[in-house]
Design a protein around this ligand. Structure first.
Ligand SMILES: *Cc1c(COP(=O)(O)O)cnc(C)c1O
Length: 373
């Protein structure tokens, strides 16, 4: 009965592997009957949201009987000012995942293909397959690569583009690897994407990158008409639970994305909190500084334990256990520490751990030592 119902779904949907979220703290605590577990599994900002965001929410939550501003006027305007582009370049999304889906729906049909790298963010295959389009997966750099093991290989990405390709997804830095491309490499790559192919540059972890690695967003948008840059408030801005992100692109591309966008895809509280968060540069700086300290600490501890890890410009580190990581993941759960297995990315020997507060990082290392003993 149920299998015949499933056959009613579109072919691409039938083949979809559902997205695997990090295990919620409440679920683990229910299962183990414990109360002090830590979640380092979804790259959330452990400092929590900006106080300004909370104040903004408290000032508007009593108006949620009204629909939100469907155009997100104030937020779009502010984002445009901040990036030095026209407001017409902005597409607001219910998380940047929403923008990724809008791109797929606006530009890809089942006759088309999309390109992304091996080990790239899991949402790219989901949005492409849901449409029933073909994915051309570009081989990543091998684990033995000198500087960027498992990183995006620009040549392989370009070589994977064929006549049917409409969209190329590039994550910089990528999740779950943490790997990145420098500004010159990004430019060289974007300049080789044909002008009739949409290039998506997903910069969810932009703020965490070393300053020398950050491309100038305005210059990129002014240089490449076929480019959509996707940004999120889920990571350093710590608003993952509210679901808000955006795309920056040529206004003609944004116009197409806004046509498929649901009229009220971003909610009132999210718009208000995002707007207020943009003003709290101190909170961003504090979050990034804490992340850098935590990264240094974790890298040193992992090296002491003789563990290898991928280079990362994100708020997470992906550890190569060089054996099946699942038992280690399970044992860490028993210690009350939730990290992220990445077998679904074809990386069964790796675990991705979000960089937490100093206390959480110490707790993770202690649990890991216990588990590996
Ligand atoms: C976390 C993440 C996002 C953000 O998704 P939202 O829908 O904005 O929460 C986007 N891209 C990558 C690569 C990510 O890791």
């Amino acid at each position: 009965m149920s299998s015949s119902l499933k056959k009613l779904a579109a072919p691409g949907v039938q083949m979809l592997q559902p997205y695997l979220p990090g295990k919620p703290v409440e679920e683990l605590e229910r299962e183990l009957g414990i109360s002090d577990s830590v979640k380092l599994a979804s790259n959330e900002n452990p400092l929590g949201p900006s106080r300004e965001a909370l104040i903004a929410i408290s000032q508007c939550y009593k108006q949620i009987n009204y629909y939100p501003d469907g155009s997100g006027h104030l937020l779009s305007q502010k984002l445009a000012d901040q990036h030095g582009v026209e407001p017409g370049c902005i597409t607001l999304g219910n998380g940047s995942n929403d923008v990724l889906e809008l791109i797929a729906r606006a530009f890809i049909t089942p006759e088309h293909s999309a390109v992304y790298s091996e080990y790239a963010f899991a949402v790219y295959p989901i949005v492409v397959q849901a449409i029933g389009a073909k994915a051309n997966v570009a081989p990543a750099y091998p684990p033995s690569h000198q500087t960027m093991p498992l990183g995006h290989d620009p040549d392989a990405i370009i070589n994977s583009i064929d006549a049917s390709t409409r969209v190329v997804f590039i994550a910089n830095p990528n999740n779950p690897t943490g790997t990145w491309m420098d500004v010159d490499t990004i430019n060289a790559l974007l300049s080789r994407v044909p002008s009739d192919v949409i290039a998506v540059l997903d910069i969810a972890y932009f703020e965490y990158m070393d300053d020398t690695l950050k491309p100038d967003i305005r210059t990129l948008i002014n240089t490449y008409d076929n480019l959509v840059i996707t940004c999120t408030f889920s990571k350093v801005y710590a608003l993952a639970g509210l679901r808000i992100g955006y795309g920056i692109s040529h206004p003609d591309v944004a116009d197409m994305l806004n046509r498929v966008r649901q009229p009220f895809n971003t909610n009132m509280l999210a718009q208000a909190a995002a707007l207020a968060s943009l003003d709290d540069v101190e909170h961003v700086k504090k979050s990034v500084d804490m992340n850098n300290l935590g990264k240094t600490y974790l890298m040193a501890e992992l090296a002491t334990l003789g563990l290898r890890y991928l280079p990362s410009m994100g708020n997470f580190i992906t550890i190569d256990l060089q054996r099946d990581a699942r038992p280690v993941y399970d044992d860490l759960l028993n210690q009350g520490v939730i990290v992220r297995p990445v077998a679904n990315y074809n990386m069964p020997n790796y675990l991705r751990v979000t960089i937490g507060t100093p206390e959480q990082n110490v707790r993770f290392i202690a649990a890991l030592k216990e588990v590996l003993k």
